[in-house]
Design a protein around this ligand. Structure first.
Ligand SMILES: Cc1ncc(COP(=O)(O)O)c(C=O)c1O
Length: 372
């Protein structure tokens, strides 16, 4: 069994993916070719945003978003960005890379997303932006976060690396704030065959900035108006994504069916994930909570079921952030989650009997721990 089965997806989509790739090989415009523009138009239309600027990864999307907003980079040394400590490293990493300070706020244990009620207390005169993470495929509470940001004159960058395709109160993830940042890493619900990402915004000036930033800060060839990066999405990756986008909605239905079946079969055995009313999840991960997680993970692995831990060490406890002086106990909910979460296989090609195999293994492992 695969944790994320990209081979089955390719078998199903082979004719369209191959044709899209062949078209790029034939026209030869490997950098910013026509597929990149086509993809940007389709992605923007899908989320209802005025602009989509694709880039080379979700990490670059976060970096470019902050650069476009003038955060860090010596311009604003001492800038602070409020974010969640319970996320993939890139979220805090890009804040720090720009010379800004990540200011962590604990999560709501019900959703694993930043607890919006704690944000206001973390705002200082140096705060420039709030960067909520829409973890596991479900949005953070963006309305509340946006209202706080507006009151304090802050930008909001949604780290939507895991939530492209999710709905929040009828609106789309990536189009809920100043800039939304997606990742199209291969294992994401919508992924390419390498690294890829995108920024979304409704602000024309920010969109222009983002477009220049991803291409060495040039507004036209060899004319550089700002310091940027080489952050372009490859045309080949855009081509793959265009083929996958055609079936994305069908795949989301299958992901939700898999999640419902997991929830039904596991409901009395472990803590299953909760999707709040008015929200949908794209199930970037299907993540349960168990006691004795490492023991249970080992037992499940011995039964041939691949699992993963997203994420074992919250950012404030990462060695590189030790100078922030935030020891154990600083963010109890994030730390508890790091000790207990376990992600199960999740993809649109899971057969019902695959799910039963997983849940049987989980239940057997939990029972063995309880009766030990
Ligand atoms: C929450 C979060 N932020 C940022 C990233 C970075 O995205 P990428 O791997 O495309 O650079 C990821 C990717 O795993 C992520 O899960």
């Amino acid at each position: 069994m695969e944790f994320i089965d990209l081979k089955s997806q390719y078998r199903k989509l082979k004719p369209s993916i191959d044709a899209r790739i062949q078209a790029v090989l034939d026209h030869g415009q490997f950098i910013l070719g026509p597929e990149v523009k086509e993809l940007e138009q389709r992605l923007a239309a899908r989320v209802g945003a005025k602009h989509c600027i694709t880039c080379a990864s979700g990490t670059d999307a976060l970096l470019m978003a902050m650069m476009a907003l003038g955060i860090g980079l010596g311009i604003g040394q001492g800038d602070e960005v409020i974010t969640s400590p319970f996320t993939f490293f890139a979220t805090g990493e890009m804040i720090a890379l720009l010379g800004a300070k990540p200011v962590f706020v604990d999560i709501d244990p019900a959703t694993y997303n930043i607890d919006a009620s704690l944000i206001e207390a973390a705002i200082t005169p140096r705060t420039r932006a709030i960067m909520p993470v829409s973890l596991y495929g479900q949005c953070a509470d963006m309305d509340v976060i946006n209202a706080i940001a507006e009151q304090h004159g802050l930008a909001v960058i949604e780290d939507a690396a895991q939530s492209f395709g999710a709905l929040y109160r009828g609106r789309h993830s990536c189009n809920l704030s100043t800039i939304g940042c997606a990742s199209f890493f291969p294992s994401k619900p919508l992924g390419c065959y390498g690294d890829g990402g995108a920024c979304f915004t409704n602000d024309d000036a920010l969109a222009k900035g983002l477009e220049e930033l991803r291409n060495h800060g040039q507004d036209r060839r060899y004319h550089h108006t700002r310091i940027g990066i080489n952050g372009r999405m490859d045309t080949l990756q855009a081509a793959v994504m265009l083929a996958k986008l055609d079936v994305f909605d069908t795949e989301l239905v299958a992901r939700n069916e898999a999640a419902d079946k997991y929830a039904a079969l596991l409901k009395n055995a472990v803590r299953t994930p909760k999707v709040l009313p008015g929200y949908t999840s794209v199930w970037a991960q299907y993540t349960i909570e168990v006691e004795d997680r490492d023991v249970i993970q080992k037992a499940i692995s011995e039964a041939g079921i691949p699992t993963a831990v997203h994420y074992p060490v919250p950012l404030h406890l990462q060695p590189v952030f030790s100078d922030l002086g935030l020891g154990k106990g600083s963010f109890p909910h994030a730390e508890r989650a790091g000790d207990h979460v376990l992600s199960l296989p999740m993809h649109p090609y899971l057969a019902p009997n695959d799910i039963e195999r997983v849940t049987d293994a989980v239940k057997a492992a939990v029972l063995a721990v309880v009766t030990k």
